[in-house]
Ligand binder design. Structure first.
Ligand SMILES: [Cu+2]
Length: 351
């Protein structure tokens, strides 16, 4: 009898779940999606996301390529400079990136939500160095590490439309060059020396450039189902002080969700991500390694995301988790491939 009354209560709670944005777990997108929702006038939200990205092995186009193959057959773009080998001789084998993302959202009106984001990054890359200027004899391995503040952003989310079950908004923002682009670390060269040069592009913490952020988001829910879509691009606006600009980035995402109970929903997401190559070159980054090549940075990835959102009792705290798994990777390579991404998040709306 007690169980059935609990069941009836749960059913009533579920039936009564209103379509207001802050009272359903699925009124927020999967946690890897940024700037997916608006707030009501006067509302403040603080958030912390932790993202771990794991990369292992190399790919050219859509095919795997071994370190030995890279070291003996991939042309070194700096081959015409003095002391440079004909092929790449240092090969990245593994990389991890941990991002700590701090966000603040505030709504001065029902129509406008402003958002600020700060990132702290920790990067680690393992490499295999091949001996001398040719052949497939390995000399040794080394790991480079960088950490610090990444680029920051300020955005405005402007409501386009809102009805009982759907909402849409556009996002316009600016990416600020707060991340360092002159990080150095100890490396092992094919000549068995251990200098500390400026590290290649993927190990730097920022872009060095201002960026324009633009996008649009649509989302809806009805009964136990939720859905949404977002387009978000970052256009790099200027060459940085080191005379290059990173490639523009575009991400198109669609997701669906199912409400298990008033506090938990499951989500599935598909995202297509595209990043262009680097324009220009940093004259300090010249090494027989793929990561130093401005034309080996572009990628196209189709990613599946499986996640859960939790809305804690009181509706002030949200927890979320999402695992991203690539379904398709096409890289201007050789380039390290991303194998999985984990995002954890906590969102808090103070009283
Ligand atoms: Cu928010």
């Amino acid at each position: 009898m007690r169980t059935s009354s609990i069941a009836i209560n749960l059913a009533l709670m579920l039936y009564c779940v209103p379509a207001l944005p802050d009272t359903r777990p699925d009124s927020h997108a999967p946690i890897s999606i940024m700037g997916d929702h608006l707030h009501q006038k006067g509302e403040l939200m603080l958030s912390y996301r932790f993202m771990h990205m794991d990369m292992q092995g190399n790919r050219t186009g859509t095919s795997h390529i071994s370190p030995e193959h890279i070291a003996t057959s991939t042309t070194n773009p700096f081959a015409n400079l003095p002391m440079q080998p004909q092929t790449l001789r240092v090969v990245p084998t593994k990389m991890t990136m941990d991002m700590h993302m701090f966000g603040l959202m505030y709504a001065p009106s029902d129509r406008l939500t402003v958002m600020a984001m700060l990132n702290y990054l920790e990067k680690e890359m393992q490499h295999l160095t091949f001996m001398g200027s040719s052949g497939s004899t390995s000399l040794g391995t080394f790991t480079t590490k960088t950490s610090g503040l990444g680029d920051s952003s300020l955005s405005a989310l402007i409501k386009l439309n809102k009805s009982e079950h759907t909402q849409s908004h556009i996002t316009v923002g600016i990416s600020l060059p707060t991340g360092e682009i002159k990080e150095t670390d100890n490396i092992l060269t094919p000549m068995n020396t251990r200098p500390s040069p400026r590290l290649p592009y993927p190990m730097q913490l920022g872009s060095g450039s201002f960026g324009a952020i633009v996008g649009t988001t649509y989302s809806g829910n009805i009964n136990r189902w939720g859905w949404g879509g977002q387009w978000r691009s970052v256009f790099r606006l200027n060459k940085n002080d080191e005379d290059y600009r990173l490639g523009n980035e575009h991400r198109l995402s669609g997701w669906g969700s199912y409400l298990m109970n008033p506090h938990i929903n499951l989500s599935g997401r598909l995202s297509y991500y595209r990043r262009d190559n680097i324009h220009g070159i940093d004259s300090q980054i010249r090494a027989p390694v793929q990561t130093a090549d401005p034309d080996r940075q572009a990628k196209k990835v189709l990613e599946l995301g499986l996640g859960m959102n939790f809305l804690l009792p009181g509706n002030r705290n949200r927890l979320a988790v999402e695992l991203g798994i690539p379904l398709y990777r096409d890289l201007d390579g050789p380039q390290l491939e991303t194998d999985w991404t984990l995002t954890l998040g906590w969102q808090f709306t103070p009283g």
